[in-house]
Write a protein that binds this ligand. Sequence first.
Ligand code: FES
Length: 105
Amino acid sequence: MMREKVWQDVIAVAQLEPGDVTPVTAGDRELAIYDTLDGIRVSYARCTHGAANLCDGYFDGCHIECPLHQGLFDARTGAALAAPARVGLRMIEARVENGMVQILI
Ligand code: FES
């Protein structure tokens, strides 16, 4: 039987890098928290193209560029925008509640 998803705290909003991407570990998951122009977004931190951590990449408030081969993703939607990235980011549903970033997992 599948466990029902629940909202879990991952980090206080005050601890985020404003306008940037912040690495967070939640259990055994390595996540990237993006403070985008449209609000907080969360994805798995590993690039979908290879073994790079997107938290080490360049973030402009909307797009995250992979530090290894410069694949480009839209951090708001997860869409892959530029080669060699072809597969979109694995996004995790997120919200802000009582000053905490929460993920539905
Ligand atoms: S590992 Fe990210 S683009 Fe290649």
